[in-house]
Design a protein around this ligand. Sequence first.
Ligand SMILES: Nc1ncnc2c1ncn2[C@@H]1O[C@H](COP(=O)(O)OP(=O)(O)OP(=O)(O)O)[C@@H](O)[C@H]1O
Length: 627
Amino acid sequence: MEVAYSSVLGQPHLSHLPQRPPIHLGFQDLSYSVPDGKSSKLILRGLNGEFRSGQLTAILGPSGAGKSTLLNILAGYRVSGSTGLISTNGEPRNLRLFRKLSRYIMQEDLLQPLITVQEAMEMAADLKLGGGIKKAEKKIIVKEIIQLLRLNKARNTSSERLSGGERKRLSIALELVNNPPVVFLDEPTTGLDDVASSTCVSLLKRVARGGRTVVCSLHTPSARLFAMFDHVYVVAGGRCAYQGSSAGVVPFLNELALPCPRTYNPADFIIEVSSGEYGSHVDKMVTAVDNGRLQKWRQYALEEECQEMEIEQLNTDVVENHVYKYESSTWQQFYVLLKRMILQTARNRDYLWLRVGLHLFLGGIVAALFSEMGNDASKTLFNFGFCYACIIAMLYTTMMPILLAYPTEVLLVKREYFNRWYGLKPYYLALVVSRTPVTMFFSLMYLGIVYPLTSQPLELNRILMFMTICILTALISESMGTLISSTLSVVNSMFVGPVISVPLMLLSVYGIGDGDVQPPMLWRLARACSFMRYGLEGLVAAVYGPPRADLPCPEHVVYCEYKNVRYFVKLMGMSGVSFWYDFSVLLFILFCMNIGAYYLLRQRLSPNYAFKTIKLIGRFVKTKLKV
Ligand SMILES: Nc1ncnc2c1ncn2[C@@H]1O[C@H](COP(=O)(O)OP(=O)(O)OP(=O)(O)O)[C@@H](O)[C@H]1O
């Protein structure tokens, strides 16, 4: 089999990719504005243009001209605030359909950590190509793309150890797996040296030659790099200052009496002219190309070169014939994502050891503080404190790492979700399934130390009850962390998480010591909102629930007030508690918390109208407050 592959792979062709329809992307009178104080700021001003299939297009322009904005709008990443017509193959663009056909490679090379290039490619193939394609064929596709993007040497290198150029090429390779007909790249050469940049651009040119529409925004390409582009689109102050072949730039400027010096890079020159360094010529340029409508320079010195280029694989499918569903089933996606998450967890050794150390340390401290108090009638109140300490330990040890790490993960998920790698349901399910055993393991590690060393009753049913409640509390805290960090940045999450936890902690012990006297209704309702209250009640039920005999009072103590556990539980205001009731409520809260976290994550990735309205109101209020 290997021999057969090698012959196929003699040259870096893309022979086995699924067929996709070619897409010409056009736009007319495209404008975009953002709210700016009381008025609005116009960023794009009636742009026109066409990016064709089989061509590599560069969007150039001075800083702040609107390149990224144009790319974001064309990719469908930013929608609200734009006006004008965007068309695909001459028909008005169907954004939902277009999103399924296009891929957007953003400037930041967000890659899944702790997996190698080969593994990342295989997982991308499993997710994006689904079960319809045989394993052997997927292998060829992965091999071909790795070869095409010259990632052979880095095959077994973990993503975080890749060089800047390799990261960029891997980002492109991952998106090529299911052969998208339209690829957008935001500044693909940023951070790369000359050689790496020209390798990257020549690879993109090969990708385009296969019948794909490849559009990238660029800063200041070298003359060599510039000449490699089939089509150049220059943006200046939100308008089109040139559209045509790269070879056409100099004659175009000559026509406007703006001769480019012989030794000068035409890309630098047109950007400098567009930024007004040689006087105000932008209006003249915009008029000369009719704000992008004029196609005169499009074919300038282009044909011969195009014919010379090898056509690797011309996309021939048509838009209407194509199936735009996810290629892999929900369960396949779940399986691949779960495998990836488990692999990443297992490979994150430093973090795992840190967690082991932290739980041993915390367990040791708590065990030392509450040593042997569980069976001592003179220390019953302290033992209640031990139960409370366990709940707080479960809250913080599970929630804080999520608050710190998840906001970054969301950005990665956003990229993969936007590029239609998988659906959110299988992702979230895999997230919960991969995390649960780890959380259970660490909770049990902590409890394995504190439970016996604090002399809690060594009866199997009480041990199981105690551990179940602690694990449920830990799982709820974890999903609360996900809920908070799915919409907020790291800094905001780290602020909001602990701040929300404080009232939950205080409410859980509200009214304690008053016996059966119930607090006012409002406070009871507020207390009912704290999952930690149910956790605490569950632990008290596990440790002191009937049938438990009176606690032994040490000989040196004259009087033990809380010798009788029923009296103590009543004094704590928990005389009617039932383990099964608390267990059921905690289970219900866990379910609701996960549904909430999933919902917020979905809104972060693709907000519905209600969320968009809330965002708009927020923006409006902020704008008003600024004034
Ligand atoms: N949400 C926004 N609110 C206010 N101004 C914005 C917003 N988004 C973009 N802008 C402004 O629009 C202009 C164009 O931004 P854009 O990021 O598209 O420029 P660019 O050409 O990609 O610049 P660079 O090359 O420096 O990345 C800039 O002046 C920017 O400040």
